[in-house]
Write a protein that binds this ligand. Sequence first.
Ligand code: ADP
Ligand code: MG
Length: 702
Amino acid sequence: MSRPSSLDPLFASLSGMKGVGPQISKLFNRFLASGEGQDALVLDLLMHMPSQMVDRRRMDGVAAAEPGEIATLRLHIDAHRPPPRGKPQVPHRVLAHDETGDIDLVFFRAEGGWVEKSLPVGEVRFVSGRIAAFNGGRQMAHPDYIVAEDRLETLPLVEPVYPVTHGLSSKLVLKLIRQAVGRIPALPEWIPPARLSGSGWPGFPEALRRAHLPTEPGEADLAAPARMRLAYDEYLAGQLALLIVRSELAGPRGKARQLTGLISAKVEAALPFDLTAGQRAAIADIFADLHKPERMSRLVQGDVGAGKTVVALMAMAAVAETGAQSALMAPTEILATQHYRSLEPSARAAGLSIRLVTGKMPAAEKRAALAAIESGDAQIIVGTHALFQQQVAFHDLALAVVDEQHRFGVHQRLALNAKSAHADLLVMTATPIPRSLVLTHFGDMAVSILKEKPKGRQPIETATIAADDVDRLVARVKAQLDQGAQAFWICPLVEESEVVDLVSAEDRFNALKPIFGDRIALVHGRMSAADKDAAMGRFQSGDAQLLVATTVVEVGVDVPKATIIVIEHAERFGLAQLHQLRGRVGRGRDKSFCVLLYAEPLSLLARERLKTIRGTDDGFVIAEKDLELRGPGDVLGTRQSGMPGYRLAVPDVHRHLLELAHEDALAIMAHNPGLTGPEGLALRGLLYVFRKDLAIPLIHAG
Ligand code: ADP
Ligand code: MG
């Protein structure tokens, strides 16, 4: 059953709206779309919640407006006092009054005569902005709104403020939101009557309207009925989808796995090191799972450098003993290639056939790899999530290992299921994920934790250095490289940017190239896969000693010989990211160094972050501090956190609703698992609206 056409207005592309040209539409696609390469939809816009409400309803005149307050005034414009010629630093003043008093409107560096045009002498204008005291009187600098009397309705008396990306404005978002709110179709109520009655919650369309365009700012409060309802809706959709998927994916595998231990023993013998106790325990957990008749769903959690990859290799070796295949999926091609290179020697030594598949490999090579996967010749397949694409046909996929990918949610599981209905799942992550989150996003996953790092690791020495000192740093790095060391040099951007004054990877590369000559390589996200590969390959082989890179090397890149990492503009990075980046060194026996270059002035928050990262190397401590610094509301909800995010629910405020949604979803699945009848129809609408519709084909009637 396809999506009801009544929902079409919500699924229209934003590019079709008034005021959205190609440029703006591109920005929105990047900022709001639910997936890469997808269009931002009216629905995505409606799910983009304001961060704040500005109350402009104070309209009782100049005399009553207190300094510091936001007021909206109906003013007679009396005179203009532009800055004297040649003195552009003097502000342009506009004298105005209403029945209660006088006020100056002040504009700094207002060129081009627009102030005169928008505030004509002798006319009346509504202006809204923050009141300030000045020379015993009142002034307002740069009003937020100036509108003619007959256009008062365009001045939002309760104004939502939206988080935006560079190039978009909150005002533009508001303009589009006004159009979008008008397009919300009537939808059948999906909240169970027992939950709705007495709650005081409005219907879904009304809740969205109040959240965006409240008549009273309080209507849009996180704890007000509208936002409570929307949060509950989001949780209910998630829980329902999870239960549907779980009922499909859980349960018996239908295939017993007969492990012999022969191949995994060979792999272990071929490893250049002894497994740690933690690795052994995790491997034992996995083998026990594989023996069981149920499908495995396990998370291996271990800090950066803990050695998760070899745990995966042992699991894949065990699966090979049963004659079946395993796939290891990494988030980027760089990582996939690296995994392949690092696993290949031990795998081959144990007689395993291992294959790499990347998106951009030469066609002939790819065809050969795909053929080997289809025939079953390939026992271990390494790639990115492209392995789930249609053209990849597995002979007998029994185990999927997902590396460093927290977004392995419902959709990905379904795609995996389509490849193999009996495949086991192993997810590897460096991010400590709270148990409640594991439950809501992965379903019931068992967790193995790698607590200790491999023996012989030395702590990484971390220093913070002001950007002015970069020349001395370069000299010291050069001295180390002369002695054979390898170093990463991380920059936040690819190209020089006009808007922010940051050093880009390309700039840094060009500046360092004369000093380091052939020993330097560059890698960033905008290079072709082949160029990236070549640069990484040179660094991995030791041919290049200095790798200038963007955060493409953030997760998982493993070059044990590299002992130095310089992170430029460290003040721009979040704690988790700094920890991940630093984790690129300290992977071998040699002492490693991390240099955090920062540009003044440092915000308090940045200062605190740098202090934390300098003070500890413990991923759990850092994760906790991260939560603390980012504060409530931003803990799990954002995209940057790398967690599957909620758009409407704010876990800190709405967590109790998750429990309710969980109970309700269980009850619904118990009495109406086929989602039939009017109730089922409404709930399917809910799944569509919250983009959980991939679960819909799984619904079994009765
Ligand atoms: P992560 O957990 O961050 O994915 P990796 O699996 O990349 O860590 O391992 C980090 C480094 O530690 C690799 O170079 C790997 O070969 C090495 N390593 C893994 N296990 C051990 C061990 N038991 N003893 C020594 N080195 C190990
Ligand atoms: Mg890893």
